[in-house]
Ligand binder design. Structure first.
Ligand SMILES: [Zn+2]
Ligand SMILES: [Zn+2]
Length: 160
């Protein structure tokens, strides 16, 4: 039987088919697991590509350039980095978006891989901090040892 906090997924189905009525058991989420994942993916696509938004600001370009100068290689595989990723998902929050400590360099394949992980975690109800923690662990366990020490120890980067 549905628990007290449960409710129906309110996702609006395409093609005028009304709303998804799947039961969301814990009542904590607006959408069922499936639609939550879709919603997050849509959100990310919007925020990653939206022109004229934070990604196109001079502030971000400076920050991104500075990060790539310091960490030009993918923090997982050590190949040339192509994407500066936000460790804790910013979801449009400027404080997380422009936090230089919240960035990591990834190659395209590893950025894609970590994005999929993020979507799955979000679907399970993980919050931003939990996702950040998981991503750091994932990078450390998949990365080579030379790169894996870089988190939170920027001061060491200058030493050799
Ligand atoms: Zn649904
Ligand atoms: Zn890589």
């Amino acid at each position: 039987m549905p628990s007290k906090g449960s409710k129906r997924c309110g996702y609006i189905l395409p093609g005028g088919r009304g709303r998804c009525k799947k039961l969301v058991p814990d009542g904590k989420h607006i959408y069922c697991e499936y639609h939550q994942a879709i919603d997050l993916q849509r959100f990310r696509e919007r925020s990653d590509r939206a022109p004229g938004k934070m990604y196109s600001t001079a502030k971000w370009k400076r920050l991104r350039g500075a990060h790539l100068a310091m960490q030009p290689l993918c923090e997982v595989c050590g190949k040339a980095g192509q994407v500066v990723d936000h460790i804790e998902p910013h979801r449009g929050a400027a404080d997380l978006f422009f936090d230089s400590e919240n960035l990591m360099t990834l190659c395209k394949p590893h950025h894609d891989a970590i994005t999929q992980i993020e979507i799955k975690l979000r679907g399970k109800g993980a919050n931003g901090k939990q996702i950040a923690q998981y991503k750091k662990q994932w990078v450390e366990s998949n990365g080579n040892s030379r790169q894996s020490a870089s988190f939170g120890s920027r001061a060491k980067a200058g030493r050799s």
